[in-house]
Ligand binder design. Sequence first.
Ligand SMILES: [Zn+2]
Length: 215
Amino acid sequence: MNHTLRILVFFLLGISSLQAQNEAYVSSSEAKISDTTFVNLRDYSNDFVYDMKYATEDNFLKTKVYDCAECMLRLKTVKALIAANNDFLKKGYRIKLFDCYRPLDIQKKMWEIVSNPTYVADPKKGSIHNRGGAVDISLVDITGKEVDMGTSFDFFGIMASHNFKQLSEEILSKRAYLKNTMIKNGFNSFDSEWWHYNLKAGLKDKVSNQKWKCD
Ligand SMILES: [Zn+2]
């Protein structure tokens, strides 16, 4: 083998081993996980604030219906939510989560208490929460304080509506900021609840009734 050929062979071997490494790296991270797989948001980001109301008794059911405060979602919802949170972080805010994926059995319990489709989805149809494509959220500011959105989460009344305008300019502008940023990142808003967002690409996914692991 002459000198030039030796260099060429070395070079080609170098390229193929680099490619192999890259392939191995990709497959060990995301390549094998489909966008519709349910994942835990915590495994993808540390930049969210958790206030998972249904893992406490501080909710309209007055019972703790989740064993632990995890935010499970389909991978595509996680990706869009992280993109939205990155937008908020640039302005000194971050997303606070109240609810994410919700098993169908929990939806049935909610419907028994509030059988009003303006506020709770009929379990016969299923909520986008049951499909892993919806989140209930607010914002916290740079000091960690929750932004005033005019009502608490799960306030079942007209004041929680995006169409209710008898609120301060400050509150209206914060609701609009939340809504516009979420829409920019692939979500739909829900008129009667300022906190609820559906991933547009997740509206047709299957309803699911599974429990997640708690440590
Ligand atoms: Zn919701």
